[in-house]
Design a protein around this ligand. Structure first.
Ligand code: UDX
Length: 459
């Protein structure tokens, strides 16, 4: 199928590469010249396990262009995968989506049928708005256009995006037109029937079952995306709330999570207590959902509470440090991990950044390590004043982190941090305190290595 993809961000590029691997004829459009020049050299502008190799594999078939007119007219299906950044009040800004729809409609051929799919995460009602935008352009052009608009929300997880794209739990399609549903069924046929040869890096999981394609109306599809992310966010916040109480009553939250997770109705996933969620989705999508609700005057106390509990976790970690060190002024703290989660260099809404800012504000010096996110973090934190800059250092050698430090805080559970030589770290520290913000180590193991161990939800 001939496909145009508008936007080569996280979702757009992953989708483009995967659909191209599935033998669709893909042209991806992006206006960002720096991204395009990387893509033209066959280099991925995003860090995602496996994407570089897969991009090289499909390199001879996939096309990248800044020009919508090159990609859209001949396509059968157009996917919009542009960003929906938060506005000041938390609502998602759909300006780029509407602009993309406008540009698409300007170059569509009269009378040719197109399916226009919105993959970006958008507030409820956006598909309808996109259909109106398209119709307006057609009437301005004085042509009879023929576009079916459909919602096809994306559930990719950063760091696991390709695995999730080849082996999704489900595909959700929201459309009012049978034609659009059929086109999307043909698009995803190789995935729905698992007829493709798996890429060597992404073998088909033995227990994987064929995914259902659920079809519904566009508003419900848009709501599914927000509801799914909000539910996962509140599942994590729930266990974090329990973790706080565990600390008060001397229970161990990892045991509690194991115990409740064994109930099939609850399940064990997304019950890891720690520093809570960050990234580009949960913070933004929970705020956007509250924004949608506010417009209707509807209160969502559970979603609000999930956010409160989440951001409290970061403050709690700094409080624990303060308690352990008496004061933060003049102390040196090592930060293990800057990315919001492992296997990504994404530092958007990362707990590490808030923690570092607070430590600097309280007069501590910070030494930070991350396997791949240092450049992004340095940039994000560079808008600090000079005194802060002189107290913030990044190191690429994790074993330089503890030198003369008063405490270490494990913020991101990178694989590398599961295999640290704890004894070696502890020996170099002024005071060997380990605040384990992700419960990576067992208290016994850390103590045996000489650390004073403080985890989340365990005493
Ligand atoms: C999420 C959704 O999973 C995905 O379906 C959607 O398309 C986009 O948003 P992502 O933001 O990449 O994906 O991250 P995810 O793996 O879901 O984790 C989000 C955050 O929750 C991370 O900061 C992670 O550290 C945290 N987390 C996750 C926990 O604190 N505990 C857990 O048990 C699981």
């Amino acid at each position: 199928m001939k496909i145009a993809i508008i936007g080569t961000g996280y979702v757009g590029l992953t989708t483009a590469v995967v659909l191209s691997y599935l033998h669709h004829d893909v042209t991806a459009v992006d206006k960002d010249e720096s991204k395009l020049s990387l893509l033209h050299e066959g280099k991925s502008p995003i860090h995602e396990p496996g994407i570089q190799n897969l991009l090289e594999e499909v390199w001879h078939t996939i096309r990248f262009t800044p020009n919508v007119a090159e990609a859209v007219p001949g396509a059968e299906l157009i996917l919009i995968a542009v960003g929906t950044p938060p506005k000041k009040n938390g609502e998602a800004d759909t300006r780029h989506v509407e602009q993309a729809a406008r540009e698409v409609a300007q170059v569509c051929l009269p009378n040719k049928h197109y399916t226009l799919v919105v993959k970006s995460t958008v507030p409820i009602g956006t598909n309808q708005r996109v259909a109106e935008v398209v119709e307006n352009v057609f009437s301005e052009r004085g042509i009879r256009g023929n576009i079916s608009v459909a919602s096809n929300p994306e559930f990719l997880q950063e760091g696991l995006a390709l695995q999730g794209a080849f082996y999704p739990d489900r595909i959700v399609v929201g459309a009012n037109s049978e034609e659009a549903v059929d086109t999307l069924r043909r698009l995803y046929k190789p995935i729905l029937e698992q007829t493709f040869d798996p890429p060597s890096e992404f073998p088909r999981p033995p227990s994987y079952h064929l995914p259902p394609m659920m079809t519904t109306d566009p508003n419900s599809a848009e709501m599914i995306k927000y509801a799914a992310n909000t539910f996962l966010a509140l599942k994590i916040s729930f266990i974090n709330e329990i973790a706080g109480l565990c600390e008060e009553v001397a229970a161990d939250v990892t045991e509690v999570a194991r115990g409740i997770g064994l109930d099939a109705r609850i399940g064990h996933r997304f019950l890891r207590a720690g520093l809570g969620w960050g990234g580009s989705c949960y913070p933004k999508d929970t705020a956007a959902l509250l924004g949608v609700a506010a417009q209707s005057g509807y209160k969502m106390p559970i979603t609000e509470a999930a956010r409160t509990v989440n951001f409290r976790q970061r403050k709690r970690i700094v409080e624990k440090l303060r308690e352990a060190l008496s004061t933060l002024e003049g102390k040196t703290v090592g930060i293990l991990g800057l990315a919001f989660k492992p296997n990504t260099d994404d530092i958007r809404e990362a707990p590490a950044l808030d923690i570092i800012r607070e430590l600097l504000a309280e007069g501590a010096a910070v030494r930070a390590h991350d396997p791949i996110a240092i450049t992004n973090a340095r940039q994000a934190l560079s808008q600090r004043d000079d005194t802060h800059d002189s107290r913030l250092h990044f190191t690429e050698d994790v074993y330089e982190l503890p030198y003369d430090a008063d405490a270490l805080v494990l913020v991101t559970e990178w694989d590398l941090y599961h295999r640290l030589e704890l004894r070696r770290l502890a020996k170099q520290m002024k005071t060997p305190i380990l605040i384990d913000g992700r419960n990576v180590y067992s208290p016994e193991e850390a103590r045996a290595a000489g650390f004073h161990y403080i985890g989340v939800g365990r005493t």
